[in-house]
Design a protein around this ligand. Structure first.
Ligand code: NAD
Ligand code: FES
Length: 261
């Protein structure tokens, strides 16, 4: 069993949990994910790791209630436990295998949309801990749905917050801010975009035009998470890939978003 040591509501329908899972916490890296199951009959829910504490042996997950099982999950509290907590699954972000000196010379832009802010956070934090400052755009529908702003501010080089309705920060979608920053003279060597599929699609269409190589983190339906069922299949370039073992990160300019959607 994997006890929940902390539970917090971050926004309407968005929850954070710290879960004791020592083996996962010992080896996980930014970009990887876990699959959680409430009990023996529970659905398998894949979630990207939001943070980890190797000393305490905990993993932080952030999830949104979208169906029956995530609603059931949101009713759990500190002291309750998950039946299964499998991971770390998938490949770590490519950034963490690059030379730090090379990363320091790069202008890196993260684009986080909604709940996708959670998986962006560990990457920006890892870079910050290694002396690399990245620009981060965080987009939310409105101010009430903005999550992890203080945490992100503490680790980002520059943080740009956007809301679709203009209730906080810049008004408009993340793509508007990417265009604005580039028009203001910012140059980026790489963009990492994580959020809803439609956001990643339109971010990639724009960054292709702006000639900024872009990495996306795909979260299709998953079953086993180990490359056996084929549920998470997607087309990247001319090849069939499985998000769970070949990803979840891919070259966004090669992903067939229309087929995914
Ligand atoms: P949302 O719908 O509130 O969108 C967040 C931001 O994305 C918006 O504020 C906007 O700036 C941008 N965006 C949305 N549509 C856009 C468009 N057409 N063009 C340009 N930008 C656009 O996000 P949400 O409700 O928090 O998203 C939930 C979705 O995110 C779920 O489907 C979930 O599965 C997915 N998600 C993905 C990952 C991942 O690893 N890729 C992680 C967590 C959540
Ligand atoms: Fe089964 Fe990826 S989830 S192959």
């Amino acid at each position: 069993m994997y006890p929940i040591v902390k539970k917090e509501q971050l926004a309407d329908k968005i929850f954070l949990m710290d879960v004791k899972a020592e083996r996962v916490a010992k080896t996980c890296m930014p970009g990887q994910f876990i699959i959680v199951k409430i009990d023996e009959e529970g659905e398998r829910i894949p979630l990207t790791i939001c943070d980890y504490d190797r000393q305490k042996g905990t993993i932080t997950i952030v999830f949104q209630t979208v169906g029956a099982e995530t609603t059931r999950m949101s009713s759990l509290k500190a002291g309750d436990a998950f039946h299964d907590f499998v991971g770390p699954l998938g490949c770590p972000s490519e950034l963490v295998s690059e030379e730090i000196d090379a990363l320091k010379k790069k202008n890196i832009l993260f684009v986080a949309g909604g709940v996708g802010t959670a998986p962006v956070y560990p990457q920006v934090k890892w870079l910050h801990e290694n002396g690399v400052a990245a620009d981060v755009i965080v987009g939310a529908k409105n101010h009430d749905l903005l999550i992890l702003e203080d945490e992100m501010k503490a680790v980002a080089g520059n943080l740009y917050v956007t809301t679709d309705d203009g209730s906080y920060g810049r008004k408009g979608m993340v793509t508007q801010t990417i265009q604005d920053l580039v028009s203001e003279g910012k140059k980026y060597d790489v963009c990492i975009a994580i959020g809803p599929m439609i956001m990643m699609k339109f971010t990639c269409l724009l960054t292709k035009k702006l000639e900024i190589p872009t990495i996306v983190s795909m979260n299709p339906i998953m079953v086993d998470g180990t490359g056996m069922c084929g549920a998470c299949r997607l087309i990247v370039g001319d090849e069939v890939k499985f998000a769970c073992v070949d990803g979840p990160e891919f070259d966004g300019h090669q992903v067939d978003f229309d087929e995914m959607l």
